[in-house]
Design a protein around this ligand. Sequence first.
Ligand code: 5RP
Length: 217
Amino acid sequence: MTQDEMKKAAGWAALEYVTKGSIVGVGTGSTVNHFIDALETMKEQIKGAVSSSVASTERLEKIGIPVFDANEVASLDIYVDGADEINANNEMIKGGGAALTREKIVAAIAEKFICIIDDSKKVDVLGQFPLPVEVIPMARSYVARELVKLGGDPCYREGCITDNGNVILDVHNLQITNAKELEDKINGIAGVVTVGLFANRGADVVLEGTANGVVKS
Ligand code: 5RP
């Protein structure tokens, strides 16, 4: 089974959590694209979606699923999204696709976070995947210096402007054993919009596509 087939299996498995008449929180990335394909089969039975990126919004609208502004929605039953890394406590690194801030907002609105992954995303310790941090452009150098003080090695993601008009620093060489604390510390640096650590609000359900089928945890 290829990695993409595992992503597809996880994406389609998430359909089981979609309730009729609901508005669904939809994340961003190649695994979520499979979920969006699956959602098309239920499009007459849902009210619509709240999306975490321009890319997912375009994909949803193209197949005729109405996309609501997050401000129009008081709560969501579920938010379905991928991850770049996830540990045994369901704490995640996200933001490989630069959509971390909107992902965090939609995840916060939702009752349940359904994380869909292929089997390459499970790790013992977070940090092998560089940790994305969305930063206001004028604070880029200051935030980078503060991230060095925290033991990281920040790298400016060249040519990347987020949907919110900001830049991304990818922090290499971290061994994240205290994800909640690090999330709070980085979010407290002036000029940081948000860090791609999803620890204080982790996943509630993980659907992992493997060579032997989808494993739920
Ligand atoms: C985007 C994300 C994605 O969920 C993450 O990058 C996983 O992507 P993929 O499903 O393509 O492996 O956080 O900002």
